[in-house]
Design a protein around this ligand. Structure first.
Ligand SMILES: Cc1ncc(C[n+]2csc(CCOP(=O)(O)OP(=O)(O)O)c2C)c(N)n1
Ligand SMILES: [Mg+2]
Length: 815
């Protein structure tokens, strides 16, 4: 192992040797167990590749070439520690006892039974590992009894932002006395978060943003870079400046004052050095929260990058020769022999047994995976035979039944296509002939929906949809205050009553946020619970994800809605789909606080809600029109266990609102619109800052005899759960959607919900109308706003024209 300091030059890669390193402090038996795990893991990779090439699975990406480092690393884990890795992590997962070989194959096949594939319930392809951290009812299981793995994702470096929070949680548990007693999540902050990333993925911004944040936050992460020289076909010198990550990382090296990382560089085939490195790195991280970066060099990819392509096409012969020579398992074997830990015959026996075990596990997983569909194929075949007995021209049905009976591994797609073809053939047959087939088809479809559609949101007792709403209460002499003061009082109440709540973001701490919603709270609750962060939106989101996974209740601020785009990689790919992609195995009840809609110019007046609705399914997307509503949403979300975003109205912080007397307790319901003005002529649906515009326009329209019903939807995800808008249409028969997003943005979603989901089209007497922002970005200044965003006149004219069309004599055009 090479420990580097700032003034030491980066050493050359050590000259590889067959051995030479000291014996790790492990027994021979433990070392042979590790060797067995390496061989087993390799055999899994080899067999899995064969499965893909044999057509029994669709895609494979494996952990071969990374085995030895991971068995060595596993010894540094302690109960309560966390993993945030990527698709090469199978050996570590095996070594930690978090992955069973049969589960590996179940994921390869796409087995939707979570008992078979606990990583993802058949929803993610092979290589997306996680340990289940929730019970069947969706409540957190204790985390301190063993190691934990967060849930992998495909976008390279996407695991890094979450690592910030996983590591920071230890710091909070250690330093906040009010968190004592959360034994299910931490033992005094002793837990280390182990990250892993590929060499090429270190070219991603998320990597640098995350390690910078971890360094600043002095949090116990031990980050491994698995360096095999390539990112698919692109070598290191095209990935990172100079091609050497250790050299680039020098600036992160620990300083004499203790800030910074312990840096290590170690070959991926040197079991003894790897063991010693991880022992040292983890011990320092655990003791005083010093993070570490472990650059593991000279790793290999014996089978190439994945099943889609062969590395012989782009790796030069010398590199391929090197990879053969430095296969870590071969090197470990030689070392074990040189150390006298085992004989060649003993190691041969381990290799043979590991390969046989892998094959047995594969066979069992395949049998289990195919059993259900095969049984269903037999059922369908029997139904087709029965239908054939009742129909003239049964030959096509007999043929279909025969094919089903022969099929070794039918898919549900194949079964349902066959049922459809059979029903088409039987379309003239009697109901009694088709009925059993239709019933069978419906049953399969219903089960299918469960297989793939559940767990997008919380389905348990803690779902925020089950949280009872509660109104804000007002004392008779309740003062009118500025909007931000309503928020501030509410956050104060939340922080005061629940030690798990923490608030952080850019300028949130000392300044009390740019609009003063957290003013004075850092002084009261300390700089760990009300914290300033660097300008790093993706890792602000990731920090929240990691903290929430470890039982805390983060409210993370993205300073302006326009800048949420920088956080979207983490919000969309990690947070929003977390519960779904683990089939209910994980949750991270993060609250994102942000502010948006019209203020000034391109980057402070965006309202890209349509895009967010698309990307953030799995989160609740809330668009309150004032700060009391916003505070009520925070309270509802905190009482539930789903992630959500609250978009506060940027120009509302200084507007007067009455100060509720029950801060922290009033709760705005999710998916329940509020009618702001009753009217019988037109239903005007809107949200956020547009509510003010809508009410002004409605007042003007009332003056000419048009009564507008103004509905604030308040919550885009979920949307109007009780079809209140449809009820309004039953009265008015006319629908206008007012939205400052672009044409066809959130307004198109609202139309889809009202017209299609609620069946509102049946109630309409006029074509529905949308009044939206322009297709360009919002321009600067008063006039820029007027011509970019919908204004009161636009709304007046839009609604008036609608009524003019219906009753031209009564409403003559005058503009
Ligand atoms: C954001 C993103 N871009 C591109 C890809 C496609 N991709 C998958 S793996 C990979 C190479 C990663 O190389 P490296 O980080 O060195 O990891 P290795 O596979 O070599 O272990 C690429 C480009 C991706 N998954 N995510
Ligand atoms: Mg690589």
């Amino acid at each position: 192992m090479t420990t580097m300091s700032l003034d030491a030059p980066v050493p050359d890669p050590p000259v590889p040797t067959a051995g030479g390193s000291q014996n790790p402090s492990l027994t021979g038996e433990e070392m042979l167990h590790d060797y067995h795990l390496c061989c087993l893991s390799r055999a899994l990779s080899v067999i899995a590749r064969r499965e893909v090439h044999g057509g029994r699975a669709k895609f494979g990406i494996f952990g071969d070439g990374k085995e030895v480092a991971q068995v060595a690393q596993a010894h540094a884990f302690r109960p309560g520690d966390w993993r945030a890795g990527y698709y090469r992590g199978q050996t570590l997962m095996l070594a930690l006892g978090l992955l069973k070989p049969a589960a590996y194959f179940a994921q390869l096949y796409g087995h939707t039974d979570v008992d078979a594939d606990p990583n993802s319930g058949g929803r993610a392809m092979l290589g997306h590992y996680s340990s289940r951290i929730l019970d069947a009812a969706g409540r957190f299981l204790p985390q301190t009894g063993g190691p934990n793995s967060s849930a992998d994702l495909s976008p390279t470096a996407g695991q890094m932002p979450r690592l910030v929070g996983l590591a920071l949680a230890s710091r909070m548990h250690r330093h906040l006395p009010e968190l004592k007693g959360m034994d299910a999540f931490s033992h005094g902050g002793d837990e280390v978060a182990f990250g892993a990333i590929g060499n090429a993925s270190c070219a991603e911004g998320l990597f640098w943003e995350a390690i910078n944040a971890i360094g600043v936050l002095r949090s116990p992460a031990v980050i491994s870079i698995w360096d095999d020289g390539y990112g698919i076909s692109v070598p290191n010198d095209l990935q990172v400046l100079g091609g050497d990550l250790s050299a680039l990382l020098q600036g992160f090296c620990r300083q004499p004052d203790g800030v910074g990382f312990n840096l290590y560089r170690v070959p991926g085939w040197d079991y003894a050095q790897l063991f010693a490195t991880y022992q040292q790195a983890a011990a320092a991280a655990r003791a005083d929260h010093t993070p570490a970066l472990v650059h593991v060099i000279e790793m290999t990819q014996p089978q190439g990058h994945s099943t889609s392509g062969s590395h012989e096409r782009y790796k030069p012969p010398e590199r391929l020769a090197f990879e053969r020579d430095y296969d870590p398992i071969g090197r470990m074997r030689n070392w074990l022999l040189a150390q006298g830990v085992a004989t060649a015959a003993g190691l041969d026996a381990i290799e043979t047994e590991a390969a046989a075990q892998a094959q047995r596990e594969r066979d069992a997983a395949w049998a289990r995976y195919t059993a259900g569909p095969r049984r269903q194929a037999q059922e369908l075949a029997a139904l087709l035979d029965a239908a054939g007995d009742e129909t003239p021209g049964p030959a096509p049905l007999r043929q279909m039944a025969a094919e089903l009976r022969e099929s070794e591994a039918p898919t549900r797609k194949q079964l349902l296509e066959t049922a459809h073809a059979a029903l088409l053939h039987l379309r003239q047959a009697a109901e009694s002939v088709r009925g059993p087939l239709i019933a069978w088809q419906e049953a399969i479809r219903a089960r299918h929906r469960t297989r793939y559609r559940t767990h997008l949101y919380s389905e348990g007792e803690e779902s925020p949809l089950r949280v009872a709403p509660a109104p804000p209460l007002y004392a008779a002499d309740a003062p009118e205050v500025r909007g931000f003061e309503v928020l501030q009082a509410n956050f104060d109440a939340l922080l005061g009553r629940d030690a798990r709540v923490c608030l952080f973001g850019e300028d949130v701490g000392r300044l009390g946020d740019v609009n003063r919603g957290t003013a004075g709270l850092q002084e009261k609750y300390g700089d760990l619970r009300v914290a300033d962060t660097g300008i790093r939106e993706a890792t602000i989101a990731g920090q929240a994800v990691g903290l929430a996974l470890r039982g805390l209740r983060p409210i993370a601020e993205i300073q302006y809605l326009d800048y949420i785009l920088y956080a979207l990689p983490t919000l969309a790919d990690d947070l929003a789909c977390l519960r779904w992609r683990t089939a209910g195995g994980h949750k991270a009840p993060v609250i994102i606080r942000t502010r948006g809609h019209r203020l000034e110019g391109i980057w402070h007046a965006g309202s890209p809600l349509g895009s967010l609705i698309d990307l953030l399914r799995g989160m609740h997307l809330l668009v309150p029109r004032n700060m009391t509503q916003a505070a009520g949403f925070y309270n509802t979300l905190l009482a539930g266990d789903d992630p959500g975003i609250v978009v506060e109205v940027l120009n509302g912080y200084r507007l007067p609102e009455r100060l509720p007397s029950n801060p922290g307790d009033y709760r705005t319901p999710l998916g329940v619109p509020e009618t702001l003005r009753a009217g019988a002529d037109v239903t005007l649906v809107t949200y956020g800052a547009c509510c003010t515009i809508a009410l002004e326009a409605a007042a003007q329209l009332a003056a000419v005899g048009i009564e507008v019903e103004v509905i604030d939807v308040r919550s885009l995800l979920p949307f109007d759960r009780h079809a209140q808008i449809g009820q309004s249409l039953a009265k008015t028969s006319r629908l206008v959607v007012l939205d400052e997003d672009m044409p066809g943005g959130a307004s198109a979603y609202i139309l889809q919900q009202v017209l299609e989901v609620q069946g509102g089209y049946r109630l309409l007497d006029s074509a529905p109308v949308t009044i939206t922002g322009q297709g360009h970005r919002p321009a600067y200044g008063t006039d820029g706003d007027y011509f970019s965003k919908p204004n009161v006149q636009d709304v007046f004219e839009g609604l008036y024209k609608m009524l003019h069309e219906a009753q031209p004599a009564r409403y003559p055009l005058f503009f």
